[in-house]
Design a binder for this molecule. Structure first.
Ligand code: MF3
Ligand code: CO
Length: 254
């Protein structure tokens, strides 16, 4: 069931998204060689709590941290720990906040120092996939239009698209209907209407799209162990198109 948001509820989600955007303004510049993934997680947790929010991922189905930190071949849901970032890595930072019962969700993939041209290109194209997906959001369009925008662009550049994990509705909880696949799936294809709030999140691989789950039951890696990129925004469907509720900026890759 897709739960539409009224103006007051949207305002609550906007505030949650603003706080999350502020957090990305702190975390992205911290993604430098030598920092541990646990240090990034602790920065996220303490910021969220200090501002009266709850880290929405912490304890979500047993997830043990406030932030997902996904380095290189890790697609999503990397668990923070002792690993330290190294020059030339790419690192996905994915976070969500529950602020007064309103949920936000966003992710970026950041180049650590200077990265190869090949990785820079992967980051750029994955961002473009998200931009194109958002451009497809307007009343009357369907979920598959969003999916097609991501898939078409990624495949045209020779990349693999992850199929096992999807974008989703968000706002009253971390994951709501509808699912938003990054490929045109045989699944439900609802029409977009004003008041829907969507977390759109292309996951694009340098190699093939296949993934596997590690033994920790969270970490999703590419099967071919080539790098993967992930960008996500929380977006509201408006009368005329889309309002992007989260924001982040990432340094250029070179
Ligand atoms: N942005 C991720 C998603 O929508 C967040 C996962 S939440 C976690 O799937 F708690 F499971 F990590
Ligand atoms: Co999400």
């Amino acid at each position: 069931m897709i739960r539409l948001k009224n103006a007051e509820q949207l305002e609550g989600i906007r505030r949650s998204c603003s706080l999350l955007s502020e957090l990305f303004g702190i975390l992205v510049p911290m993604a430098l060689p030598g920092i541990s993934t646990a240090e990034l997680d602790e920065a996220a947790r303490s910021f969220i709590v200090s501002r009266g929010g709850k880290p929405a991922f912490l304890d979500y189905e047993g997830y043990p941290a406030s932030l997902c930190v996904s380095v290189n071949e890790v697609v999503i849901h990397g668990i923070p720990g002792r690993q330290r970032l190294e020059e030339g890595d790419i690192v996905g930072l994915d976070c969500g906040i529950d602020l007064g019962g309103y949920f936000s969700d966003a992710a970026v993939t950041v180049p650590v120092g200077k990265v190869s041209a090949e990785l820079g290109q992967l980051l750029r194209v994955t961002r473009e996939c998200l931009d194109r997906a958002i451009a497809a959001v307007k009343p009357g369009a369907r979920i598959h239009d969003v999916s097609r925008a991501v898939f078409g662009h990624a495949v045209s550049q020779g990349y693999g698209v992850v199929r096992q994990y999807c974008g989703h509705g968000v706002g009253f909880s971390q994951h709501e209907d509808p699912q938003i696949p990054n490929y045109v799936s045989p699944g439900p294809n609802p029409r977009l209407v004003p008041g829907m709030v969507l977390a759109i999140e292309p996951m694009i691989n340098l190699g093939k799209g296949d993934v596997r789950l590690l033994d920790d039951d969270w970490t999703v890696v590419t099967l071919d162990r080539k790098p993967s990129a992930h960008f996500e925004h929380t977006v509201a469907v408006t009368e005329t198109g889309a309002e992007v509720l989260t924001s982040w900026s990432v340094p250029s890759a070179s």
